[in-house]
Design a protein around this ligand. Structure first.
Ligand code: HEC
Length: 139
């Protein structure tokens, strides 16, 4: 019986190995989000006590050319939130500054990578959503 257990543990570990780095990070990122972020951040509007993930991710995509840059910026923000560095300064006035969370550097990077991937170009970047459509309708 014990051997079966060992075999099982071993095969679980072994089967985890071929996972590419990126896949592993995405999975971790989501778990970290559920644990440490979802209390304040919903994925889609309406907001809880912070801007929802998708519009924030869209802002990051507008501001940064590459995932690498966006993730680095977000990880630095998570480490030390700074109102002068917020991608959406109005969110700080509306919700207050985000608190620093007790995460490791690796966790901050993993959750930032997951966050970046939540980008949805059809949703816009928060305020100003639908502005273009309204203009069209008023024609
Ligand atoms: C206690 C509530 C709270 C928790 C928990 C929280 N946040 Fe936030 N977060 C906020 C608020 C409020 C803002 C908006 C004001 C600001 O930008 O600081 C924000 C803003 C952000 C931003 C925008 C930063 C920028 O560059 O402007 C990101 C990205 C973010 N949060 C990610 C996360 C992640 C990832 C987690 C989990 C690891 C998390 N938040 C957990 C409250 C929270």
């Amino acid at each position: 019986m014990k051997n079966v257990l060992y075999l099982c543990i071993f095969s679980c570990i072994a089967s985890g190995l071929p996972l590419s780095d990126a896949t592993a990070k995405t999975a971790d990122g989501r778990a970290i989000f559920d644990r440490s972020c979802s209390l304040c951040h919903s994925i889609n509007p309406p907001p809880k006590s912070a801007p929802p993930v998708v519009p924030l991710a869209n802002r990051y995509h507008m501001k940064f050319q590459t995932k690498e840059q966006g993730v680095a910026y977000m990880a630095a923000f998570l480490k030390k939130p700074d109102r002068n560095k917020a991608v959406d300064p109005q969110a700080v006035s509306r919700f207050g500054l985000m608190p620093t969370l007790p995460l490791t550097d690796a966790e901050r990077k993993a959750v930032a990578a997951w966050f970046w991937d939540q980008y949805n170009p059809e949703m816009g970047g928060g305020r100003g959503i639908g502005g273009g459509q309204r203009r069209l309708m008023n024609r």
